[in-house]
Design a protein around this ligand. Sequence first.
Ligand code: HEM
Length: 443
Amino acid sequence: MQLISETAVEGRPGPVFPEAYPRTEGLQLHDGKVFTHGQPFDTFARLREASPVCWHPEPGDLPGFWVVTRHADVMRVNGDPATFSSQRGGILMMTPKPGMGHVLLQRASLDTMINLDAPQHLQLRREHMPFFTPGYLNQLKAKVVSEVTRMLDEMAPKGGGDMVEMFSSRLPLYTLCEILGVPEADRPKFLHWMHYLEMAQNLAAEQAAAPMTPSLELMQFVADFNANVEEMFAYGQHMLHKRRLDPQNDLMSAIARAQVDGQLLSDEYLDGSWLLIIFAGNDTTRNTLSGAMKLLTEFPDQKAKLIARLDLLANAADEFIRLVSPVIYMRRTALQDAEIADQKIAAGEKVIMYYGAANRDPAIFDNPDQLDVARENANKHIAFGYGPHVCLGKRVAQIQLEEAYRQILGRFPDIEWTGEIDIAPNNFVHAIRKLGVRYAPRN
Ligand code: HEM
């Protein structure tokens, strides 16, 4: 299972075929800092309108990429894996290369099923499936319900604080650890690891831009970062090897015993599968939980409507996911010359699908920037992707969002965002690190 490295087109800046739409100058979508005020939805709207498949140069001798923003075009790319590959170059804008970040992190972010095409992709995905079936998820839901109650009991007397710290980072972690089968005593470590993973992209950029002698602060952060990354992978290897010998009824055992082409996964793929599941399963849901609170405060009429009609919660969860779109983009690489919305794409070129842009496409969603908890087609969003890689944890995320807000709005109808927010410099995941909330304290 080898990821094919970036291609001949890599290193040759500029598109092969003429651009069918005007280029939008000044786009900086490769820069995490652009995303610290939220996703650039105004820019996305302009692109959808005037330049739906737009060439985006990259700094230095990097090749540049196509930016795809319309719902129909994102579906087209996602739905045609034979043309648009996840394996050739991976799903990140820049294929991780030696020297970019920690070596374990760099390798593990390549060696995962999200970066595979058929047939190996399906073989590995299939092994995960028993832990995402309706039967299994029903049992999981009961645990989520009591964990939400427990967490809200702790929050009640506080009267406010950082929602990420008190709630949003904890629920997805709890849920994921239940699916994986992580012993309770080990779970707090995951919170630290997530903190550093969210900073990985920014760190790589800072290291690249740092002078010959980096600041003491940066050196200290790098040391902490490396220690946490190493601990995370060492823990994963230890647990997965243990489960290989002594399997339990949990996702960790399924990954440990998964076979592709008749062979158990190599240690590299164990690291990759470990990284994928703890990152994909945590960060996305955490940021949607926080983002939903911000939305409910910005649209008080919708909050009142939801409190009055909790039966709308399942729909509202999809509407939150549509508007937050916590996965900002996924990349594909063309395996052969192709066309998207009249734009010719050359084999080897990178195509980046912007989910937040597609999910606010007025061709699909009326008043797309408005929160509408009763929106009839809220579930037409593609924040979970589409096609063979569609999110495995879709129902897990929906269950948590529904249950969290059923209890939060039931118990703290006065809860609101204070306006305080801190968003990580990350162009891949919309990562809310801090979100202030207040409510009347209760016992
Ligand atoms: C709101 C929450 C979530 C969002 C928006 C989200 C989004 C996505 C997206 C867009 C993909 C597709 C990647 C691609 O096309 O290349 C994906 C894949 C994946 N997601 Fe999620 N995700 C969420 C929650 C979860 C949870 C809770 C889990 C696990 C418990 C999870 C596990 C995965 C896995 C394992 C994949 C890879 C599937 C494959 O490559 O076949 N996700 N997710």
